[in-house]
Design a protein around this ligand. Structure first.
Ligand code: HSE
Length: 303
């Protein structure tokens, strides 16, 4: 078997009210280059992966073992070289990209025993929710559920003229910490608010109703509880629309904040606003524009 490279994108989950169920794919990539050989080697490269394990305890390799477990097959020895552009612990799906890249790499190495749906199911069960792994795998915008019966999803092509602007603060926030601050129970009013807004958001994204995004992206399930962990978040959720955003949300568990913009318009005002919020809150970070990635995870063969 020849060398191949798997490339999995970053992702932004939740998009406000779609907690654990809605996400989109962002064009920053984790790659795993697999060279079959006589021994197993795991080689992380680059500054983002400094300090991550260079052996079989690496998260990418552990993801590969999930495929072996699901199929009952044994992974053949190979050299795995891992690189990433996805900043870690920032709410941009770095662990989902690593997980999906590892699962897809192992599936390829084993001759593709799993179809796409089974690959998603392995990834979603491991992560506990499908909202990062589904867009990482399929690209675009994905609405997905995970329950006892399996993982179910609908992939949407991004609406025309929809781009994302992300504010990536220079500090890390672990998903477990950002989940620990959430309440155990919610009122019926909060549940109705969440499901009606998530449903409206999915419908608006599928119909290209960019005018509805800022209303549909309201959320009381997780963002208000997480706001104390992300200085400036409340201001952005409240005011970003006045500065050119079509809507705003905490990206995944944070601390990155995502705004939608209309790609036909300049994002200069939005950047100036987001930079001013960072300054006001004493934060360092980057503000960047991206299209929504539509390709998801790709496999490229050499030779
Ligand atoms: N839906 C997840 C959360 C995404 O908000 O906790 C982060 O993994």
């Amino acid at each position: 078997m020849t060398t191949f490279t798997v490339r999995a994108p970053a992702s932004s989950a939740n998009l406000g009210p779609g907690f654990d169920s809605l996400g989109l794919s962002v064009p920053l990539y984790t790659t795993v280059k697999v060279t079959p050989g006589d021994v197993t080697e795991v080689v992380p490269h680059g500054p983002e992966l400094e300090g991550t394990p260079a052996d079989e305890s690496n998260y990418v390799y552990r993801a590969m073992l999930l495929v072996a477990k699901r199929t009952g097959l044994t992974l053949p020895p190979a050299r795995m070289e891992i690189t990433t552009e996805v900043p870690l612990a920032r709410g941009l799906g770095s662990s989902a990209a690593a997980l999906v890249a590892g699962i897809v790499a192992a599936n390829e190495l084993l001759g593709r025993p799993l179809d796409d749906h089974a690959v998603l199911d392995v990834a979603a069960r491991e992560e506990g929710h499908p909202d990062n792994v589904a867009p990482a795998l399929f690209g675009g915008i994905v609405v997905a559920t995970l329950d006892k019966l399996g993982t179910h999803y609908v992939r949407l092509d991004p609406p025309a003229n929809l781009g994302v602007t992300v504010l990536i603060p220079d500090f890390e926030l672990s998903t477990s910490k950002a989940r620990a601050v959430l309440p155990r129970e919610y009122s019926r009013a909060d549940a109705v608010h969440a499901l009606s807004h998530a449903a409206l958001l999915a419908a608006a994204l599928s119909q290209g109703r960019l005018d509805l995004l800022r209303h549909a992206m309201q959320d009381y399930i997780h963002q208000i509880w997480r706001a104390p962990l992300v200085p400036g978040l409340s201001d952005i959720l409240e005011d970003a629309w006045r500065h050119g955003a079509l809507g705003a949300a905490l990206s995944g568990a944070g601390p990155t904040v995502l705004c939608f913009h209309d790609t036909r318009e300049s994002t200069a005002l939005l950047h100036a606003y987001l930079n001013s919020v960072m300054k006001k809150n004493g934060l360092d970070g980057r503000v960047m524009d991206f299209p929504i990635d539509t390709q998801g995870t790709l496999i490229e063969r050499e030779g």
